[in-house]
Ligand binder design. Structure first.
Ligand code: SAH
Ligand code: SF4
Length: 342
């Protein structure tokens, strides 16, 4: 058994320190980080430019590269693949790989479940089993067979990233650093409902695009859909976004779950435009994905068309995002940390 947790999730300077503590030359740390994060080897046996005794000492100290992590793979017929992971802490969490031609996106989780309790979301209705550590977050990308073809990452799976900021920011550092995965910052998007403290910390040094889950411009209605509105009002979120602008080429967007008969009126479109005045943004509309834990309605086509027409009239840029993975129970808001075939 490893003595000090797994190697995945460690920063290069921590691998250096570990080597020094073991009385070994720290300069091998960056080579090792390249093997693990850039070349994405699955086992130490593939390493051919680090002396064997050093690799063995690290393996003895930290265990295998994906120590304790395993996954099951569920391919869908729409090119998406759902992954169900477990880690050494006994947590279960999901990722979904989506192949859209040139865009190959992986959606990763940050928590096993979620404490935010949004009424329309399946993840919010299952039991919560804690924060994922950075190794388990980054491991979702590194462990899957498609790892090398993934060119977009969305942090939009199970969990609220700003409720686990310490591990999510560590994961982002590993993902975007030259010594780490070296993923382009503008090819990663983090989605949050906007926990104020986390948002302020994120904006001090943004390492990726930001998507804010809006869902209603009206505080009472938003609070009904998303209990976190009470402590983290969307008006304050917008103030923070106006004060600390996200630097180019990074982008700001808002997500809007389209709930039939609820949040698609002309008043909603106008209030969205008024509320977000002064920001440069785009809205992604996600028609509600049904699941057994809630009884909202997916909007009718004409309801959605009217809403987007009103958004146009009020100068709001939008896209409708159809979720992939529905068939394997892995579309937005359907993630429950288990396989639920339809
Ligand atoms: N916790 C973060 C990120 C994970 S949820 C957040 O809430 O932003 C990713 C996106 O899926 C969010 O915009 C969320 O509101 C949306 N979502 C949740 N349940 C959904 C559902 N049933 N149908 C469509 N989108 C949903
Ligand atoms: Fe959590 Fe996001 Fe689902 Fe809300 S929508 S319960 S924040 S995962």
């Amino acid at each position: 058994m490893p003595k000090r947790g797994k190697i995945i999730g460690k920063k290069v300077e921590e691998i250096e320190a570990a080597l020094s503590n073991l009385g070994l030359p720290p300069q091998y740390a960056s080579k090792l980080a390249v093997w693990i994060y850039r070349k994405r080897i699955q086992h130490y046996a593939g390493i051919n430019d680090i002396p064997r005794h050093i690799v063995n000492a690290l393996q003895n100290e930290f265990g295998d590269i994906f120590e304790g992590n395993s996954f099951e793979r569920y391919p869908g017929t729409d090119g998406s693949v759902k992954y169900l992971f477990s880690n050494a802490q006994g947590q279960h969490y999901e990722s979904i790989y989506m192949d859209n031609g040139k865009r190959k996106t992986l959606c990763v989780s940050t928590q096993a479940g979620c404490r935010m309790g949004c009424k329309f979301c399946m993840t919010g209705s299952i039991s919560y089993n804690g924060n994922l550590d950075a190794g388990s977050i980054v491991g979702q990308l590194l462990a899957i067979p498609e790892t090398k073809s993934v060119n977009r990452l969305v942090i939009m799976g199970m969990g609220e990233p700003f409720d686990n900021w310490a591990e999510v920011s560590r994961a982002l550092e590993i993902l975007t650093s030259a010594w780490g995965v070296a993923f382009g910052k503008s090819n990663i998007t983090l989605s949050t409902l906007g926990i104020l403290e986390g948002l302020e910390r994120f904006l001090l040094n943004p390492r990726c695009n930001l998507a804010i889950s809006l869902h209603s411009p009206f505080p009472d209605e938003r609070a009904m859909l998303m209990p976190s509105e009470v402590k983290n009002p969307i008006s304050r979120v917008v103030d923070i976004l106006l004060k600390h602008r996200i630097p180019k080429p990074l982008r700001l967007s808002f997500e809007y779950v389209a709930l039939g008969g609820i949040n698609l009126s002309e008043q909603h479109a106008k209030a969205i435009s008024d509320m977000l005045k002064g920001l440069k943004y785009h809205i992604n509309i996600i028609p509600w994905n049904e699941h057994p834990a809630a009884d909202f309605k997916c909007p009718a086509t004409d309801e959605l068309e009217n809403f987007t027409r009103w958004l146009n009239q009020h100068g709001v840029m939008w896209t409708i995002r159809q979720s992939k993975g529905n068939e394997v129970g892995a579309a937005c808001g359907q993630m429950a940390g288990k396989h639920t075939p339809k």
